[in-house]
Ligand binder design. Structure first.
Ligand code: CDP
Ligand code: MG
Length: 715
């Protein structure tokens, strides 16, 4: 692979384009300019732009932090790739990355976010008609393809972080291959309607505009300029991508990496959170200045480490307390995400508590120490049982290397791996693509909506197993999304494809719409879309339990979540008249704290609620409430979550009806003690036990009445 850094000539003076900043922060502006100039990618701007001009598909690999995500789109913008009002789209697997990078690039370009530079993620759109560089999640671009099958607004699409191989990235790669093909044909003067038999034109063959999704008739005969496709990856092995795109050209942007000393533990750690905490304080008290990056598995864990660090700090002498914690995870409210990039106050050390988002997606300056317990939360799917679950698994070698690399961006660093060295040797080389370990019903729904009917024959970079495709097809059929001949059903299938939700949640909204409890279901789906509404600190377990009791519904967790949501609304509604906006926020947070509610999660759920509400209103659903009739609401849950029904067994465990698995109610459920005969649940968590969470009591007979397509078949 040619290395751009090597072949670039040293006389090329990187030209960084910038407008004078319109406010007084010129020293910050100077600093940013300086930072940009010193990025490895800055010296190869011209060469990269040339490569993009020459190649319709280009693969760019480069170490994390070399400037790919923030700089390349700006280079292309200034090289004229947005002429005629076209867009440069940059997809990210993670919401946080799309948001933080867009903010950074807007700042670098001296423009307001949402103007020339913007982002769009599910439930949050910050773009306008003047946007030319658009950061977005890969899932969002897939949704856009439903409305604009040629992605005609884009002149360039950059698929970033492709090494992550999320399920959306993989589907997107397949789709973009088709779109590019179709667009180059249209540019050659082919009429798009004439290629009915060509597989690559499958997405162009849709004619029925049943739900306002398809606009192909309008596209026919129109000409589109060719689409430039750039695949960016932090993993140095570009072979897979190159082969998939017919031996596409790959170039390497050299990064800058200082040595990182790797330290292992002598023995396996029985409690990795405890080991993490000890290591944080060892570094803080014994090591030279420099920030710490800790890799944890999720929001809940991050927040509990955050609390523990703060508690322990209070036990230290005043002079040793100069440590601040900053969390970063995907569902963190957008205004808080940027905090990780701000330097700590003078004399303070920053400890960033992150999910694997900080592996490659976001580059945080100032890190000298990395603490890596070696785990990640990942999706796992059992196609035989049809169950998807989130499990905490060991990371791969590639991930461990990426993580330690974060310590050596700006100078020599140290990485503390909280496991023995021989454990490292046992790790898998690289992570298995997500498409091989997740439920595919969402993917299938989207592909079907895009006109791809033959899912098994679709040109995936790596094919998911036939068994999991078939299982997911079956699930969609049972939910009523597919007809007997495996087409999207009308209207349910089309409605489900339009909603940016898991098909089961979309089904719940559709059913609730028919039975007058859409208001309740919207709250439920929003609350289920966030992690951990309740929090129970170890030292206040009793108080937290009592607080939860005041919201608890004897019918289960879904109604309990509705109670929390409404209680918070009512509390604020009463005080709205009295006080200012800032005060409201303060009071809201205090209310959450007093009630042991996670205020970040609740706020996120409220945002999601208003967004989904917008979607269903647009789709013409009438939003009404079932009032006191909670039986109706529970029947709706049964009618949509019937694939996750479970029956109590004599010894108090449950048997999941669809999979036959023996599961237990999670201790955090309000039904943990009540143990009703028959339940539906939303989530399966596998630790030492198989726990189910978010549970509602239902009547066994409802299953045969409301889901006869499944329960008579199974008897
Ligand atoms: O994509 P790649 O990992 O190659 O690098 P990048 O994300 O473009 O980041 C390049 C540099 O921009 C980083 O080293 C950070 O110093 C800086 N950056 C930042 O300060 N704030 C952000 N939100 C994003 C990047
Ligand atoms: Mg990047």
């Amino acid at each position: 692979m040619p290395s751009v850094a090597e072949v670039s000539n040293s006389t090329h003076n990187p030209k960084l384009h910038s407008k004078p900043f319109f406010n007084d922060s010129s020293s910050r502006r100077q600093k940013i300019l300086q930072q940009r100039k010193s990025l490895p990618i800055a010296s190869v701007e011209k060469r990269l732009v040339e490569e993009v001009r020459k190649n319709d598909i280009l693969i760019i690999v480069g170490e994390t932090g070399s400037g790919k995500t923030t700089q390349l789109p700006q280079f292309l913008f200034h090289a004229g790739f947005c002429r005629g009002g076209k867009l440069i789209g940059v997809t990210q697997p993670r919401r946080v990355a799309a948001v933080t990078v867009a903010k950074r690039v807007a700042e670098e370009s001296g423009v307001e976010l949402g103007q020339r530079v913007g982002y769009s993620i599910r439930f949050d759109d910050r773009t306008s008609t003047s946007t030319r560089i658009k950061y977005m999640t890969d899932g969002l671009l897939l949704r856009e393809a439903l409305l604009d099958p040629y992605l005609s607004r884009y002149s360039v699409i950059i698929v970033d972080e492709a090494h992550e191989r999320t399920v959306h990235t993989d589907v997107l790669l397949g789709l973009l291959k088709k779109v590019q093909n179709a667009r180059s044909k249209s540019a050659d003067g082919h009429s798009n309607g004439n290629n009915k038999n060509a597989d690559s034109d499958m997405i162009l063959d849709r004619e029925n505009d049943t739900n306002g999704i398809n606009t192909l008739k309008q596209c026919q005969g129109r000409k589109f300029p060719p689409l430039k496709l750039i695949i960016m990856s932090a993993s140095l092995d570009a072979r897979g991508f190159s082969e998939y795109f017919g031996c596409a050209k790959a170039v390497h942007v050299q990064g800058r990496q200082f040595p990182v000393e790797i330290l292992y533990t002598l023995y396996p750690e029985p409690d990795f959170l405890d080991a993490t905490l000890i290591t944080i304080f060892q570094v803080h008290l014994d090591e030279a200045p420099g920030d710490i990056l800790v890799f944890l598995t999720g929001q809940e864990e991050i927040e509990s480490v955050e609390r523990l660090v703060q508690e322990r700090l209070l036990q230290l002498p005043e002079a040793s307390r100069k440590l601040v914690t900053v969390p970063i995870f995907s569902s963190l409210p957008s205004e808080q995400q940027m905090k990780v990039f701000a330097p700590a106050a003078a004399g303070f050390r920053k400890v960033i508590l992150a999910t694997n988002i900080a592996e490659t997606s976001v580059t945080i300056p100032g890190i000298k120490y990395v603490i890596d317990p070696g785990f990640v939360k990942a999706r796992s799917y059992d196609p035989v049982k049809g169950m998807e679950s989130l499990i905490v698994v060991p990371i791969s070698k590639a991930q461990a290397l990426q993580r330690s690399g974060r310590a050596g961006r700006e100078g020599p660093g140290r990485c503390f791996r909280l496991y023995p060295e021989n454990e490292f040797d046992k790790l898998e080389d690289s992570t298995k693509p997500e498409i091989k370990r997740c439920n595919l019903s969402n993917v299938i729904l989207q592909l079907k909506a895009l006109g791809v009917d033959d899912i098994i024959g679709f040109d995936f970079m790596e094919k998911p197993s036939r068994a999991s495709i078939i299982k997911s097809l079956e699930q969609l059929f049972l939910l009523g999304a597919l007809t007997d001949d495996c087409k999207l059903s009308d209207p349910v299938g089309h409605q489900m494809a339009r909603l940016p939700l898991d098909p089961i949640y979309s089904k719940a909204l559709i059913v609730a719409g028919q039975f007058n409890c859409l208001e309740e279901m919207l709250i439920t789906v929003a609350m289920l879309s966030v992690e951990s509404i309740f929090f129970a600190p170890r030292e206040k377990l009793e108080e937290a339990r009592n607080a939860m009791k005041s919201f608890a519904s004897p019918d289960g967790d879904h109604l309990t979540l509705i109670n929390v949501y409404r209680a918070s609304d009512e509390f604020l509604e009463k005080r709205k008249m009295e006080i200012s906006k800032e005060k409201t926020e303060k009071i809201r947070r205090k209310w959450c704290k007093d009630n042991f509610i996670n205020s970040r999660s609740l706020r996120h759920a409220q945002d999601i609620h208003s967004q989904i509400r917008g979607h269903v209103e647009q789709m013409g659903f009438r939003i009404s409430s079932c009032g006191e009739d909670m039986i109706m609401f529970r029947r709706c849950l049964a009618a949509s979550f019937f694939l996750n029904a479970a029956l109590k067994q004599p010894e108090g465990t449950y048997r999941a009806l669809a999979s036959g698995q023996v599961v237990q109610i999670h201790p955090s459920s309000v039904l943990f003690r009540a143990k009703p005969e028959c339940i539906v649940f939303n989530e399966l968590i596998q630790t030492n036990h198989k726990y189910i969470r978010n549970i509602t009591r239902i009547d066994y007979l409802w299953l045969t009445e409301l889901a006869p397509q499944y329960y008579t078949m199974q008897n």
